[in-house]
Design a protein around this ligand. Structure first.
Ligand SMILES: [Zn+2]
Ligand SMILES: [Zn+2]
Length: 208
C-alpha cells in the first residue's frame, strides 16, 4: 500500500491515505479538516475510497468526514465508545473547530481484535483507550504499519486531561503496543512518523 500523510486544520492533524497501487482503492484514516484539499488530492490520485477509519472521536480528526463521505461514499469504522459522543454538539474546539456534521455514510462499530479486508489488505483493531474511551490503533498487517491516532506520538503520548481521558488506561494501552514488533512503522495523529522500536528505546512513555 502507498501511504501518504496530509496535514489538516489548525492543530495540524495527520490524515492518511493508504492506496492500493494496483486498484487505486484507498482507505482514508482520520479525515480531520480541509475537505476540499483532501478531495482534490483523492481525485489527483484517481482514488476510490472504500473505507474511512477513525482512531478516535476528537473533532480535529473528523471534521472533514461528512463532506468527504458525501462526495466519496464509504462506510465509517469507529469504536462504539467514541461513536457515542463524537457527533454531538459538545465535540468542538471553540475558535478552531465547530462541532462536526454527522455523516450520512453508515457507521461500522468496531472492537478489539476485529479484522477487516479493505483495499486488498488486512486491517486489525487494537483497543487503546486512555486519550479517549474509544481510542483504537489500526494495524495494517501486511505493511507492518500502525496508525496510532493520539495514543502514541514520536517522542510522547496522548494527553489524558480531556473529557473521558484516563492516564492509567493510556499506560495499559502503551504497554499493549510495546508488545508489538519493533519494525512496525508508526503513523501518529500529529507530528512525524516513527517506528515502534525507536519509541520503545527513546520515548519516556514507552519505558516501563
Ligand atoms: Zn485526540
Ligand atoms: Zn488530535
Amino acid at each position: 500500500m502507498d501511504i501518504e500523510a496530509r496535514v489538516t486544520g489548525f492543530i495540524e492533524e495527520n490524515c492518511y491515505f493508504a492506496t492500493n497501487p494496483a486498484t487505486r482503492q484507498t482507505v482514508v484514516i482520520d479525515p480531520g479538516d480541509d475537505a476540499p484539499q483532501l478531495l482534490a488530492r483523492l481525485r489527483e490520485l484517481g482514488a476510490t475510497v472504500v473505507a474511512y477509519l477513525l482512531t478516535h472521536g476528537h473533532v480535529d480528526h473528523l471534521t472533514a468526514l461528512a463532506p468527504l463521505s458525501a462526495a466519496c461514499p464509504a462506510p465509517i469504522y469507529i469504536h462504539a465508545r467514541d461513536a457515542a459522543w463524537c457527533f454531538s454538539a459538545q465535540n468542538n474546539l471553540p475558535g478552531f473547530y465547530d462541532a462536526p456534521d454527522k455523516p450520512k455514510a453508515p457507521l461500522v462499530l468496531v472492537k478489539e481484535g476485529d479484522v477487516f479486508e479493505l483495499a486488498g489488505a488486512r486491517w486489525s483493531v487494537i483497543d487503546t483507550p486512555g486519550h479517549t474511551p474509544g481510542g483504537i490503533c489500526w494495524r495494517l498487517e501486511d505493511d507492518r504499519a500502525l496508525f496510532t491516532g493520539d495514543t502514541l506520538f514520536r517522542g510522547t503520548a496522548g494527553r489524558t486531561d480531556l473529557p473521558g481521558g484516563d492516564p492509567r488506561a493510556l499506560t495499559r494501552s502503551l504497554h499493549k503496543l510495546a508488545a508489538l514488533p519493533d519494525p512496525l512503522a508508526v503513523y501518529p495523529g500529529h507530528g512525524d512518523p516513527t517506528t515502534l522500536g525507536h519509541e520503545k528505546q527513546h520515548n519516556y512513555f514507552m519505558r516501563f
